[in-house]
Design a protein around this ligand. Structure first.
Ligand SMILES: Nc1ncnc2c1ncn2[C@@H]1O[C@H](COP(=O)(O)OP(=O)(O)OP(=O)(O)O)[C@@H](O)[C@H]1O
Length: 349
């Protein structure tokens, strides 16, 4: 049975007059990895700082495992919140070796217990052989693993990770992201990750929250965000796709340049509504037999497939993902059709 761990209840925060978190609500279940995703300055780090206890909340409440951490005149000091943190720049102590870094927060434990916990944490992150090395003798990825081991050692109830992989190169970022997910799941530790990298969010997190200008637009699984974006911004921000114009011609029937589609439009639209329809590259299928032709205006070879940008007769652009043996030149017309199993549409204002 799932249990609420972190509950964010209508939290707002301002730096002076500037409101940077606006009535934000979400719940992280016990054992879940959540991610806050958004572009620079949208307030992600401020949310983490409020959870960690480095910033007060202006209104609302934050609870962890049923305990009120902040709000209603309460503010539990940061060191009493049972929360661990991992930062972008690792923040290791340069004068301590790896095992002393990892054991730093364990001074209350008896010596033997502390040594055992440090050894277990180093094994967990695959750095048992590096225990006596100093941070400057390690690669960036190894340093981040030490930071993770140090944060997990005191058995926090929640781990906060602020852009933990952004100083690493792309390959390592992906690998470490998967590793960190496996480690957190193995230890049963819940976490909140902050990133502006959508691939990272999808690879690591169970739930992702898309933020814009201090607001949380949607908090959902990566699958739901991709297939059922709740707002136009989320549709645009998550994955690749183009919003194309269409009109509702009958109940649940939509007409657009690429044809008429009935039965797929969600409820909530009225005949006569003008809408924008989200078309993902995998919705637009290359088919030589199709009467609908589009012209290749840009192409990116991605190994397994091409991502074509195509112009419809009206000039409207769409993206199409096509298997890589279909090699078409710029300017060439190709047949396309839509293959939709559901429709995402937004009413045009
Ligand atoms: N200590 C501060 N005092 C005043 N304003 C701040 C402070 N920290 C952040 N801000 C402002 O609050 C807003 C949100 O900042 P925050 O760091 O939370 O965003 P972010 O989404 O984490 O951005 P990034 O991805 O660039 O780190 C920004 O406009 C920022 O300029």
């Amino acid at each position: 049975m799932t249990k609420d761990l972190l509950v964010f209840e209508s939290v707002s925060h301002a730096y002076g007059e500037q409101r940077v978190i606006d009535d934000m609500r979400f719940t992280l279940q016990d054992g879940e990895i959540g991610c806050l995703l958004g572009s620079s300055g949208c307030g992600k780090t401020t949310v983490l700082r409020c959870i960690a206890g480095f910033e007060p909340v202006a209104s609302g409440a934050i609870r962890l495992g049923g305990r009120l951490l902040a709000g209603d005149g309460v503010s539990v000091p940061a060191h009493e919140r049972e929360i661990g943190m991992v930062f972008q720049d690792y923040a290791l102590f340069p004068h301590l070796n790896v095992e002393d870094n990892v054991g730093f927060g364990l001074s209350a434990l008896p010596r033997a217990e502390r040594r055992a916990r440090v050894a277990a944490m180093l094994d967990l992150v695959g750095l048992g052989a590096e225990a006596r090395r100093y941070p400057h003798e390690l690669s960036g990825g190894q340093q981040q693993r030490v930071a993770l081991a140090r944060a997990l050692a005191p058995r926090p109830r929640l781990l906060l990770l602020d852009e933990p992989f952004s100083n690493l190169d792309v390959d390592l970022r992906e690998r470490l992201g998967r590793e960190v997910r496996d480690i957190l799941k193995h230890e049963g530790v819940s976490a909140i990750l902050v990133t502006h990298d959508q691939h990272e969010a999808f690879a690591v997190a169970d739930k992702v929250g898309v933020m814009q200008g201090g607001r949380l637009l949607q908090w959902a699984t990566p699958y739901t965000l991709y297939h059922e974006p709740a707002e136009r911004f989320v549709a645009d921000f998550i994955g690749q796709g183009v919003l194309v114009p269409g009109g509702v011609t009958a109940p649940r029937c939509l007409s657009m340049e690429l044809g008429e589609f009935c039965g797929l439009l969600p409820l909530g639209f009225a005949t006569g509504d003008d809408v924008d329809v989200l078309l993902r590259p995998d919705d637009v299928v290359h088919d030589d037999a199709s009467p609908v032709q589009a012209t290749v205006v840009a192409r990116v070879f991605r190994g397994a497939d091409f991502l074509y940008t195509l112009a419809l007769p009206s000039g409207q652009r769409v993206l199409s993902q096509v298997a890589s043996h279909h090699d078409h030149a710029l300017g060439e017309p190709i047949g396309i059709r839509l293959e939709l199993d559901h429709l995402i549409a937004f009413k045009r204002q």
